[in-house]
Ligand binder design. Structure first.
Ligand code: HEM
Length: 938
């Protein structure tokens, strides 16, 4: 009895203590909020060295996240992830008079920070290589650079077959047939800049040109930053790969270097760190996307006239490179005789200089590279990006509006296999037909089959409508006769094929924006942000987001102390359609008026293409497991085989797809978790892959090491300067990678500290010299220049943190916002470029209209398929939402999946996982999946 009384007493005083603490926190937070109101909006920076950096003042942190947000203000990582409501259930405030209000402040605060970052990224991180940069800095004919919308550098050349059609030597403007569809090579998306985003145009940059190619040591800041420590093979990429990328196996034999066991035996096992909230389908999705967006390679190879070594030669000993001994090579498992073909270079002559604002500028980077794909979201991996790739696709001879699918006796039809006449490399023989055929595996086979089926589903639905109402207006218009409605019955096969391409491309852009990304970044601010990104373009904007954006523009930019300097930016952001997105809902739309077609796009003064830095942050090879846990839809809770990914490579994918069946591959890719993007989590098979085209003794290559080499070839700044360039805080030692949220004695923390020790061994240390300024992108808080000592005493031994390769750096970021499958450094690159990819594309802004898509097509994209919009059951994470676009695609094209998808809200969340409450990351079985061996027994 006495014991009970003590417990009750203790419980009571504990509750009282918690209440008292909450009350104090609430009072402090409210006081801080009042202070924030008085301080007003943070202004958008006037110069790059006074940017936001994702760090707020004390009052803002306290107002938006209480004590927890204050606690981590001294780390280099962004503050918003510690605000109320920005994480899982634990981030929701307890004990407050009204718990909802602080959470709303937290989420709104996070959205403000993100929007502020985005605007400063647009302002400070656009560097085009196509000879337009001088105009961006100086302006033209009285117009500030950021407001320019047309550039001569993006005219079609006389060698282009459409040169005359767009105006030849005179003013070039696209019209007629060239403006109706997504063209093969991507020309005429922007009607005033025909070549923008087309195949073969140059990758741009997001970092100042003179920070690129640090290995070349072209200027004093770079030399001060890195000394002579960098080179193409310095530090040694294969040594980095083996020490910092290799997955640890508890049983090497059953993994067999990622090649598994004969017969796809279930007893095989390759350990990997898995992400609990993202599935393998999401991994293949992003490979599928990158094959649409960019490629440095041409027809599956680089410059085969030049072969180079790829390391496994040296390691640092006390900061000095020493040759590896035979024993060391054996122990590491690397291969000194591997070779690879060098990257193609478009231009390598010295760039021109120009001066403005008392400063000297480079007009482009010291070397440039072509994007051999269209940069638009146009599904060029399916439809083609030049004549050769288009020849690899196959139309259905019985209905030219469709793709050919063959009957293999299993359901709805599969992609046909390449035939002898197709323009393919020898290693692609036996693969299924696709425009982008390189690095083909079962995941790409799956997604290509699904979206080719989706193309045909749209055609079928249109033909159904045509049968029912042949004389109804399709919505489509031809600029040759713009007033005449094109009736359903008059839509030609070619027109319908091209409409289907527009519709499926937009559908994919939507899936990526509001389904894949919110699962990649699984928290409330990003759910809101990504939906706002899409709906701002296509439908009704989120009122909270609109208010935040207009506040930033009017209060942050408009009241800037240097309004004159900012005028260009003010007019860009305040101009409306592009950033608020609509532009497609204009009265009196006329497809013969180019200014209307293009009226909703916004390039912010720099023509659209991807930057090299974007490619870097998409080097996501750790996402792929070595072995696929094959499941059969009839018995999805059983792992029936462990299929090595390499056994699904190239032509082998065809057999796997057809014999096991697309519905079984769906549940296989849907249930398994993908690999976390972290150190020591690269697939073993990728470090040892055999590529028969390679001219080397081994014919093997370590793709993980190659990722580093390619970035060095492309002149990507190393991690710390990369962060500074993007307006993020620098690190001052390897210790900064350790996540301060982890308890001191936890296993996770010990593992991170171990990784820090390895980083120190691999990249080394040096005695610093405080007289050497190393950057002009940022300054110390006291306004002084950042020097080689990074705040440590002059002459002390400091980490070579400046030398860390960018991919290594972002993999080592253990501190991440809640639910982030990527790091904050990668994320900041996405904020900028993923937004631009939407804002710059007229087919996703002002040409998203029935005149191009048909009325059915516009509805199909908005409602996620035919018929009325369908609502998802319940309120996932508190939101009423449509059945997701990808779920509808799968239900339409693989109807066998209905039962399996019953409880799936987001197709990229591992099927079978209990989605639980508010953004949980818990790995727990949902209804019906309790018997699945991937989940711990409950
Ligand atoms: C089985 C799966 C995969 C294999 C075998 C594979 C293989 C390769 C190879 C051989 C390269 C070319 C290296 C070079 O010579 O430059 C490459 C490049 C690349 N891969 Fe993968 N990859 C796979 C999955 C992925 C995934 C899931 C992603 C995620 C986005 C990805 C992103 C990239 C990127 C961004 C490049 C650089 C492309 C460029 O430079 O234009 N890969 N991959």
């Amino acid at each position: 009895m006495r014991r009970i009384a003590i417990v009750v007493c203790l419980g009571f005083s504990l509750t009282w203590a918690v209440q008292a603490e909450s009350k104090k926190e609430e009072a402090d937070a409210l006081k801080a909020c009042a202070e924030v109101v008085i301080k007003g909006f943070r202004k958008i920076a006037n110069s790059r060295d006074s940017r936001f950096n994702g760090k707020v003042d004390e009052a803002r942190a306290l107002c938006r996240g209480g004590q927890r947000a204050l606690q981590f203000r001294n780390t280099p990582w962004v503050d918003w992830s510690n605000y109320w409501g920005s994480g899982g259930v634990e981030s929701l405030p307890t004990g407050f008079l009204n718990n909802k209000l602080p959470a709303q402040r937290g989420i709104a605060g996070a959205l403000i920070d993100l929007e502020q970052q985005r605007i400063e990224l647009i302002k400070f991180n656009l560097f085009d290589n196509n000879q337009t940069y001088e105009g961006f800095i100086k302006g033209r004919a009285g117009h500030p650079g950021p407001t320019l919308t047309q550039w001569d550098a993006l005219r079609l050349l006389p060698t282009n077959v459409n040169y005359k059609a767009v105006g030849g030597d005179g003013k070039q403007v696209c019209s007629g047939e060239l403006i109706r569809w997504r063209t093969l090579t991507g020309i005429c998306n922007d009607v005033f800049n025909p070549a923008m985003g087309s195949t073969g145009t140059l990758f741009m940059r997001n970092v100042e040109f003179d920070t690129t190619f640090p290995d070349l040591g072209k200027n004093e800041l770079v030399r001060n930053r890195h000394g002579d420590r960098l080179g193409l093979l310095k530090p040694d990429p294969q040594v980095i790969s083996r020490r910092l990328f290799t997955r640890t196996q508890h049983d090497e034999k059953s993994c067999n270097q990622g090649f598994g066991l004969p017969g796809a035996a279930v007893s095989a096992n390759c350990d990997y760190e898995a992400a609990p909230f993202f599935n393998v389908m999401a991994a293949y999705w992003i490979q599928f996307m990158t094959h649409d967006w960019f490629s440095h390679m041409e027809e599956g190879h680089n410059d085969t006239s030049q072969w180079m070594n790829v390391g496994c030669e040296t390691q640092l000993v006390n900061g000095v490179p020493q040759p590896l001994t035979r024993e060391q090579i054996e122990k590491l498992g690397c291969r000194p005789t591997d070779r690879i073909d060098k990257s193609y270079v478009a231009e390598s002559s010295d760039p021109d200089h120009f001066s403005a604002n008392q400063k000297d500028y480079l007009s482009r980077a010291p070397k440039t590279f072509s994007n051999n794909n269209t940069a638009w979201w146009d599904l060029s991996q399916i439809y083609g990006y030049d004549e050769v790739s288009q020849h690899r696709t196959k139309r259905d001879p019985k209905d030219r509006a469709k793709f050919l699918l063959v009957d293999t006796g299993k359901g709805s039809g599969y992609l046909p296999v390449f035939d002898a006449a197709d323009p393919i490399l020898p290693q692609w023989k036996g693969q299924e037909s696709a425009a982008f055929a390189d690095n083909w595996t079962i995941g790409l086979s799956f997604l290509h089959n699904v979206f080719v089926r989706e193309h045909n589903s749209f055609v079928d639905e249109f033909r159904k409508a045509d049968r029912l109402k042949p004389t109804a207006d399709s919505g489509l218009r031809n600029p040759a006769n713009p007033k005449k409605p094109i009736l359903n019955k008059d839509v030609s096969d070619e027109e319908l094929f091209q409409v289907a391409r527009l519709v499926v491309s937009a559908e994919i852009a939507k899936i990526h924006t509001i389904e894949w990304t919110p699962q990649l970044l699984y928290d409330e601010p990003l759910y809101r942000g990504m939906n706002g990104n899409w709906n701002g373009l296509i439908g009704d904007s989120d009122p909270l987001l609109s208010k935040i954006l207009s506040d930033i523009i009017t209060k942050g930019l408009g009241r800037s102390s240097s309004t004159k300097k900012n005028i260009g930016w003010y007019s860009v952001f305040a101009s409306g359609p592009g950033i608020f997105g609509l532009g497609s809902k204009v009265n009196g739309y006329d497809i013969t008026r180019p200014e209307m077609l293009n009226g909703g796009v916004n390039h912010f003064g720099a023509p659209f293409n991807f930057p090299e830095e974007f490619v870097t942050v998409y080097r996501l090879h750790p996402l792929i497991p070595d072995l696929l846990e094959y499941r059969d839809l009839q018995d999805p809770n059983r792992i029936a085989a462990k299929v090595p990914v390499v056994e699904t490579f190239e032509g082998k994918a065809t057999d796997e797809m057809r014999t096991r069946g697309i519905e079984n591959w769906a549940v296989t890719l849907g249930r398994q978790r993908l690999g976390l993007l972290t150190l020591n989590n690269h697939p073993a098979f990728m470090q040892n892959i055999k590529i028969p085209r390679l001219e080397s003794e081994t014919q093997q290559i370590d793709i993980a090491a190659l990722d580093l080499i390619r970035d060095r070839e492309h002149g990507v700044p190393r991690f710390n300067e990369f962060r500074r360039q993007y307006g993020l805080r620098q690190l001052t030692s390897f210790d900064d990678f350790v996540d301060q949220h982890e308890p001191k004695d936890s296993a996770a923390r010990r593992k991170q500290e171990e990784a820090v020790r390895t980083l120190r061994e691999v990249y080394g240390q040096h005695v610093c010299d405080a007289s050497k300024q190393i950057t002009d992108a940022q300054r110390n808080e006291d306004g002084s220049f950042i020097n080689d000592c990074l705040g440590h005493p002059n002459g002390s031994l400091i980490d070579n943190i400046e030398d860390v390769d960018t991919v290594v750096g972002w993999l080592a970021e253990y501190t991440r916002p809640h639910g982030f499958a990527i790091s904050e450094t990668q994320f900041v690159v996405f904020i900028l470029n993923a937004s631009r990819r939407l804002f710059s594309d007229r087919f996703l802004t002002s040409s998203f209209r029935p005149e191009f898509y048909t009325t059915m097509g516009v509805d199909w994209v908005n409602d996620n398929g035919p018929g009325p919009a369908q609502m998802e059951k319940g309120m996932p994470n508190g939101h009423k939402q449509l059945v997701s676009p990808f779920k509808r695609v799968l239900l339409r094209n693989i109807p066998e999946l209905r039962a399996e998808l019953e409880n799936v809200v987001n197709v990229f969340d591992p099927w079978g996982r209990d989605r639980g409450s508010y953004y949980t990351l818990e790995w727990k079985a949902g209804p019906g999946a309790e018997g699945d061996p991937a989940f711990p027994k409950q």
